[in-house]
Design a protein around this ligand. Structure first.
Ligand SMILES: Nc1ncnc2c1ncn2[C@@H]1O[C@H](COP(=O)(O)OP(=O)(O)OP(=O)(O)O)[C@@H](O)[C@H]1O
Ligand SMILES: [Mg+2]
Length: 484
């Protein structure tokens, strides 16, 4: 007998059998012994694992014991018929696929069986090929379902935390903070240099929150011209301005129930700031040209790589808005301060780039790792990600060497780090202050960790910081500019 091999999809339920089909356990339920044996033999010769039950009652018991993928059941049986069997096994999770074998002409029964959850029916008398076709269809459906579930899971993971690499204590603290605050509705401000992962964290916060099945809407405040930004955010009514030929719902309404990510919030034009503040305070938006307000339930996560507090003092950012947005702050430290993360990220990006490119690159040479560890990463994780992509594209053998890294990174290694400080005439005190402030910044303002890293006790660090606070910053020479 021929079997439609090409129709057989792989499923997640184990290695394929000799027939090319995935390993599948089938239970044949029939009160007719000849019929049972005939079907069992033929299915076994197709590579299925087959058990039998002599009646509906025994069949239900066997299914409840677990491990059965598919049931082929006769309808007419003395103790419990095929439809009752279906009713009773519906509560088994996951319910096995059921193919019902009906007598010729009993289309009613077939329809009832399908309504009760049977995946297919065949009528007697049948050829084994008909049954095989029906089984293969059921398996294809299962493999599709498994695939959909897997993809769904992957989408969640991609947005979630599994995707954020961070072994350093600073990142571990951030993970804990994300877990703690994701359930709250409080607005958040994510700060950190460019490329430190602010958007990644914002997405993870959303994915971890009760809002995860509602929209995550991202808007870059720096990328949209001032006059458009307002109508983008708030929406407008038809005729509100010359190009408004229809009503347009704003991003706040679009994000209703979910999260609005306001990226580069420092660039939000001053005239728009009180309008945003009003939405955050009132929980409603008033689209341009509309005299009615629309209630919205939106959690705002804002991000910036700028010094917002300085903008506050310069009068370029409203204080009241700042406090509304900054209910909880997450600061992402620059990569150069997260030594433990550099190689972990390099490995993560390497695996991804290799999978994409299909190249046989396996690992980093020690000499290349040293460069990665010693580099100052002005572009942070994004720069590392790009460097790895480039290195994998260039690598010729199984290992990535220094020659595969961007020239600017290789040069940096040979530089005398103190040379520029000497050239700028730093005193020892100035250098110390620069150094302490830099480490503190790298540690996200955490004084305990900064003290640890500096080899100072906390009291000493506090004292020094107080001294610095008392003496104006511009008496200190500017830090040597890092070459890029
Ligand atoms: N901890 C991390 N683990 C894995 N990937 C990361 C991590 N941090 C950042 N990335 C990746 O680095 C790139 C830059 O991250 P992201 O866009 O979130 O940075 P950003 O802080 O928003 O930068 P910018 O201020 O320039 O907008 C992205 O591709 C992101 O996936
Ligand atoms: Mg960003």
């Amino acid at each position: 007998m021929s079997s439609p091999e090409s129709n057989v999809p792989p499923t997640a339920s184990g290695p394929p059998t000799a027939s090319g089909r995935p390993r599948t356990s089938i239970l044949v339920v029939d009160d007719d012994a000849d019929m049972r044996e005939w079907v069992k033999e033929d299915l076994e010769s197709e590579g299925f694992v087959v058990e039998t039950a002599a009646g509906g009652r025994a069949g239900v018991q066997r299914v409840k014991a677990g491990g059965i993928d598919l049931v082929v059941s006769d309808v007419k049986m003395p103790d419990l018929d095929g439809l009752d069997l279906l009713r009773e096994i519906r509560e088994v999770a996951p319910m096995p696929f059921v193919i019902i074998v009906t007598g010729f002409g009993s289309i009613d029964t077939a329809i009832r069986a399908v309504k009760l959850g049977a995946c297919d029916y065949i009528t007697k008398p049948f050829k084994i090929d008909q049954l095989l076709l029906s089984i293969d269809k059921a398996l294809a459906e299962r493999s599709l379902k498994t695939e959909v579930a897997r993809l769904r899971e992957e989408v969640h993971r991609r947005d979630g935390m599994d995707n954020i690499i961070g072994r350093s204590p600073a990142m571990q603290e951030i993970f804990a903070l994300i877990r703690r605050v994701s359930a709250s509705h409080a607005n958040l401000l994510v700060t950190g240099e460019s490329g430190t992962g602010k958007e990644l964290v914002a997405r993870a916060l959303h994915a971890q929150s009760p809002r995860k099945n509602r929209p995550f809407v991202a808007v870059n405040c720096a990328a949209i011209p001032e006059n458009l930004l307002e109508s983008e955010l708030l929406g407008y009514a038809r005729g509100a301005h010359s190009t408004a030929s229809t009503d347009r719902q704003g991003l706040f309404v679009e994000a209703d129930g979910g999260t609005l990510f306001l990226d580069e919030i420092a660039e939000l034009p001053l005239p728009l700031q009180p309008k945003l503040l009003r939405v955050l305070q009132d929980g409603e938006v008033r689209p341009l040209g509309m005299n009615r307000a629309v209630r919205v339930d939106v959690r705002v996560i804002a991000a910036t790589n700028r010094d917002l507090e300085r903008r506050l003092h310069e009068g370029r950012f409203r204080e009241d808005l700042y406090y509304r947005l900054n209910v909880i702050q997450i600061h992402l430290p620059p990569l150069r301060g997260r030594q433990e993360d550099i190689l972990a990220l390099a490995e993560h990006f390497l695996a991804r780039a290799v999978a994409r490119s299909g190249k046989q690159v396996r690992n980093w040479r020690e000499s290349a790792k040293k460069i990665l560890l010693g580099y100052h990463w002005p572009g942070n994780v994004r720069e590392l990600e790009n460097a790895v992509e480039r290195a994998v594209a260039l690598a010729e053998g199984e290992f990535i060497g220094p020659e595969d890294l961007p020239p600017s990174m290789q040069e940096r290694r040979n530089q005398d780090r103190l040379a520029s400080a000497v050239a700028q005439g730093f005193t020892l005190d100035q250098l110390e202050r620069e150094y302490i402030e830099r480490v503190l910044e790298i540690e996200g303002g955490n004084k305990t960790r900064a003290a640890l890293r500096l080899g100072l006790d906390r009291k000493t660090l506090y004292r020094k910081l107080e001294e610095y606070a008392a003496s104006p910053r511009d008496t200190v020479a500017k830090a040597p500019d890092e070459p890029t």
